[in-house]
Ligand binder design. Structure first.
Ligand SMILES: [Zn+2]
Length: 336
């Protein structure tokens, strides 16, 4: 089968053996794969992985074969998959239902081969069926949307949490924005792309800030929050240089939430966090059921988030599309 393989320096399309199906697995014909900031971090060398590695972890496809221990009726189902396998099931974290932090976890497309290939074999317990209302392309948003929901699973809101500033209006920022609006928060969106800020406004942000056109983001946020700062500030920008403003624009005793996985060491002003008693949250993979429901119900809108679509053979162009324009949101690779 064909696969997009990262060899440690580059991503190349090559012929690799079709996966051998284990008794507990399903074999999936891959239909659509989303390219993600994590993939770019791997290719830039800032997120170390074993090599050679088939990339791709936001994907959908159709089950075409099942292992001996799996219900035969699953063949033909349209599915997506969680990315963290947790093989032992009895570690400290698994015993407490924190499967995504399992000590033996292996993440698809990061620790083990991913989905940028004709086929992928997946443990049955990781699979989620996609309802007909969600297309294969739209289904590639389930994993990042689950991560957006996870923001609020990890960070309970209280009565004083009213205004949230979101740094970064890429795919994740725009998904978190929509989930936050459903939670009743008012949103300030910060980005360098007018197009993305327009979209943030269309979704319901009450104030947008173009960081390239304004000198002092912190001052603007303070001005529109009665001098206090935002109750919650979330960083999805993937830009370590943004962190100074992220921290400074947070209200005293407010909440910071870290969402970027750029893999880079980042200096921060810890004293400002300590003196003003900020609480720091972080979160990553989340509840797929909520993400599927959000898409199915139409509460979360993603049509405007797909910027480009490429076939697998054009993986280099697909990756390059992220650097082409500030306005770019998401590229999807579609397989025949
Ligand atoms: Zn475990």
């Amino acid at each position: 089968m064909k696969a997009a393989v990262y060899d440690g320096t580059d991503i190349i399309i090559k012929e690799v053996p079709k996966p051998i199906l284990k008794d507990s697995q399903v074999l999936i014909k891959v239909k659509s794969v989303g390219i993600c900031g994590t993939d770019l971090a791997i290719l830039k060398g800032s997120l170390p992985t074993p090599t050679p590695l088939i990339l791709g972890h936001e994907f959908t496809g159709e089950i075409i074969e099942v292992g001996k221990d799996v219900d035969q009726s699953l063949v033909g189902r349209r599915v997506t998959s969680e990315i963290n396998s947790h093989i032992d099931k009895d570690c400290y974290f698994c015993e407490r239902n924190m499967y995504t932090q399992c000590k033996s976890r292996k993440a698809l497309g990061i620790d083990i081969d991913g989905a940028l290939a004709d086929y992928i074999a997946i443990e049955e317990y990781l699979i989620h069926e996609i309802p007909q209302e969600i297309s294969y392309q739209e289904g590639t948003f389930i994993e990042p949307l689950a991560a957006a929901y996870q923001t609020f699973e990890m960070m309970p809101l209280d009565k004083d949490d009213k205004i949230m500033a979101i740094f970064g209006m890429g795919k994740l920022g725009l998904l978190i924005l929509q989930v936050a609006l459903l939670k009743g928060l008012k949103i300030i969106a910060i980005n360098g792309s007018e197009k993305k800020l327009k979209l943030a406004k269309k979704f319901g942000a009450f104030h947008v800030i173009n960081r390239l056109k304004t000198g002092d983001i912190v001052k603007i946020i303070k001005d529109i929050t009665g001098g206090l700062g935002a109750d919650i500030v979330i960083d999805t920008s993937g830009n370590p240089a943004a962190l100074k403003d992220v921290i400074s624009s947070c209200r005293t005793r407010g909440k910071l939430h870290m969402k970027s996985t750029h893999g880079l060491d980042t200096p921060i002003n810890l004293t400002d966090i300590v003196v003003r008693e900020l609480t720091v949250y972080s979160s990553r993979c989340g509840p797929f059921e909520k993400a599927i429901e959000g898409l199915k119900s139409g509460k979360i809108k993603i049509k405007d988030l797909i910027s480009r679509e490429y076939p697998l053979e054009k993986i280099k162009e697909a990756i390059a599309s992220y650097e082409e324009s500030r306005d770019h949101i998401k590229t999807i690779v579609t397989l025949e």
